[in-house]
Write a protein that binds this ligand. Structure first.
Ligand code: AMP
Length: 289
């Protein structure tokens, strides 16, 4: 699974990314973390980035694109990755598209964490206090002054990505004001709807593997029912969760997700129907499940 987490500083991208790492066994690629490591190690990139970061500006596109290009090729990223803090500009997003195409990789989802700006300062201050309490060094850019600049950078240069990915039918928006656990659940539902559940074969069979829904529409009902076997039992449940996620998705992305949910629901119905035909007795059992 490959996904992007979008959101302003303090929106919870890092927290959610860490949870997804645990859940899906993929790596979190945070350009902010990588740049901070480069600054600490005083590498040429670090020396270039240090002042820009301290002032709340954005490091040049070619620098971060170069970092990501190298990073996604590492063996630990083979299973998938979460991009946290990248891309941050439209040119970075375009460069990422080209990069993924070149490497024959595809992106599964772009999830925006939407929050009220008013809470961001409070959240960032809390993060700084918690870091201090752990005896760790507080980020130089976690101050009210720099945060204001980082928010400006986000509004001017990163927010256009919401339209970019929405136009590409990749965007799903989650209310980042909800409790952490609920945000995680919501993200899980969205990922399930795009056919990327962590291990459920049933959901994989029932919901289209791709956003386009091609995978589901390819399988004729009988064949699907035969193949699905036990999975058909769980299929309506998966379709239900896909529908739920479609409901939760933003209006623009909802179209895409809804389409997938509709197809999943159809596939589930067909699968159940096909199985019923094969064995009325077992079908009765299945419809109960
Ligand atoms: P973050 O940890 O994501 O908040 O990033 C901290 C700082 O690193 C940002 O304020 C930027 O100065 C820099 N940075 C991180 N990612 C990027 C990026 N994709 N493009 C440009 N600058 C970045």
């Amino acid at each position: 699974m490959r996904l992007i987490l979008l959101g302003p500083p303090g929106s919870g991208k890092g927290t959610q990314a860490q949870r997804l790492v645990q859940q899906y066994g993929i790596v979190q690629l945070s350009t902010g973390d990588m740049l901070r490591a480069a600054v600490a190690a005083q590498t040429p990139i670090g020396l270039k980035a240090k002042d820009i970061m301290a002032a709340g500006g954005l490091v040049p596109d070619e620098v971060v694109v170069g970092i990501i290009a190298d990073r996604i090729e590492q063996p630990d990223a083979a299973n998938g990755f979460i991009l946290d803090g990248f891309p941050r500009t439209v040119p970075q997003a375009e460069a990422l598209d080209a990069l993924l195409k070149q490497k024959q990789m595809n992106l599964d989802a772009v999830i925006e964490l939407r929050v009220n700006e008013g809470v961001l300062l409070e959240r960032v201050e809390r993060r700084a206090a918690e870091t201090r309490a752990r005896g760790e060094a507080v980020r130089a850019d976690d101050t009210p002054e720099v945060l204001t600049k980082r928010l400006h950078s986000y509004r001017d240069q990163t927010e256009p990505l919401i339209h970019y990915y929405s136009d590409h039918r990749m965007l799903a928006t989650v209310d980042g004001m909800m409790p952490i656990e609920e945000v995680t659940e919501e993200i899980g539902r969205i990922l399930a709807a795009v056919g990327k559940t962590s291990g459920s074969r049933a959901a994989k069979k029932a919901s289209p593997a791709k956003r386009s829904g091609k995978a589901a529409s390819k399988a004729p009902a009988k064949k699907a029912a035969k193949k699905a076997g036990k999975a058909a039992k769980k299929a309506p449940k998966a379709a239900k969760s896909a529908k739920k996620a479609a409901k939760a998705a933003p209006k623009k992305a909802a179209k895409t997700v809804k389409k997938a949910a509709k197809k999943a629901s159809k596939a589930a119905a067909k699968a159940t129907k096909g199985t019923r035909k094969t064995s009325a007795k077992s079908a009765k059992k299945r419809s109960k499940g």
